[in-house]
Design a protein. Structure first.
Length: 343
């Protein structure tokens, strides 16, 4: 490879290099934030741009490889079709998953979030976009404000999901924890339901990877529960392989914030490394709260069914919006200012 070819190659790969460095810096300095999802999005964009530049640079060679060229054409066509049909595909997927959730988990406001998102997409794409602001200025202003708000919240939701995924990925960090906090999710009377069993199993697995760590099972007594959740969790954990000498419970908390706050009071090492265990969809918000409390923590998640996970992620995102409502309102007002000044 001569000098000019090397310079071209470096320039071609520059988007990948720059976004990779940016992403790594965020992971090191500010992992427990929406910046991690934004960094992941930038890295995906930079990687895709570098790939396109490489393909353009070696287009002549690629065109000479008939099978490879045909496969790339098919892939490009598939991507274009998916992008063109994405709103319809997303709407159909959300409708199917939303109906399945209600059939299996029952009808409630929170269980309707997936269906609500599906019909919100229809409202934004197929109704608001066709309002003529010159004929109906008030409706036009409403459409502009709604489109701006839904676009911003949808983009932020995507970043929230990416951040949640990033914070569930770990490389060689299962050891050296001082305490493991398993967050509660509710009992059936005094019985530990399958969702909570999954969290406890993950906690036991982490305890076996960290034999010197204490596992704290956190949860108070809520409506419909005959015993405090932490005690029922501890009993189930001891029956399923937890170390009895290093398993304790916290039985006063009523929500995720109190789970962490009350558990910290019984940490063997308050400034040590903490492992927070919950279901996949719940881990990221728990990590945001732990950061706010200055708890040195990483999060690990247990699995649950897809139809439940989608709705639960939406519920977690709404909870995040509530946590940051002042900031969200300020951002929306700034985004709405151009439309308001035009009117």
């Amino acid at each position: 490879m001569d000098q000019m070819e090397l310079i071209i190659w470096i320039a071609t790969m520059m988007p990948f290099y720059m976004t990779s460095i940016f992403f790594i810096v965020i992971l090191v300095l500010n992992r427990r934030s929406l910046w991690s999802g934004f960094g992941a999005l930038c890295w995906l964009f930079g990687s895709g741009l570098s790939l396109l530049l490489v393909m353009f640079r070696y287009s002549q060679w690629i065109m000479e490889q008939k099978i490879l060229y045909a496969l790339m054409q098919l892939a490009a066509l598939a991507i274009l079709l998916i992008l063109a049909m994405f709103p319809l595909l997303l709407f159909t997927f959300l409708i199917i998953e939303g109906i399945q959730l209600i059939r299996k988990e029952g009808f409630s406001f929170t269980n309707c979030l997936t269906l609500g998102l599906a019909f919100g997409i229809v409202l934004n794409v197929f109704i608001l976009c066709y309002i003529n602001p010159t004929s109906h200025p008030i409706l036009g202003l409403f459409a502009s404000l709604m489109t701006t708000a839904t676009s911003f919240l949808s983009f932020q939701l995507a970043i929230f999901l990416l951040s949640a995924i990033v914070n569930l990925i770990h490389f060689g960090k299962r050891k050296h924890f001082d305490q493991i906090v398993v967050l509660g999710s509710g009992l059936f009377g005094d019985q530990v339901p399958p969702l909570l069993q999954g969290r406890i199993r993950k906690g036991i697995k982490m305890q076996k990877c960290n034999p010197n760590a204490f596992m704290i099972l956190s949860g108070g007594q809520g409506p419909g529960e005959t015993v405090p959740e932490g005690r029922a969790m501890k009993k189930w954990a001891l029956q399923n392989g937890a170390d009895p000498d290093r398993t304790i419970c916290e039985d006063q908390s009523r929500n995720t914030e109190e789970n962490l706050e009350f558990s910290r009071k019984i940490f063997p090492k308050p400034n040590g490394k903490t492992c927070i265990v919950s279901t996949y969809y719940h881990v990221f918000r728990a990590l945001l709260l732990s950061k706010k409390m200055n708890i040195n923590a990483l999060g690990y998640g247990s699995r649950t069914k897809l139809y439940f996970t989608i709705n639960a992620f939406l519920r977690e995102y709404i909870a995040y919006l509530n946590m940051t409502k002042k900031r969200q309102l300020m951002i929306l007002i700034i985004l709405w200012l151009p439309a308001l000044f035009v009117i």
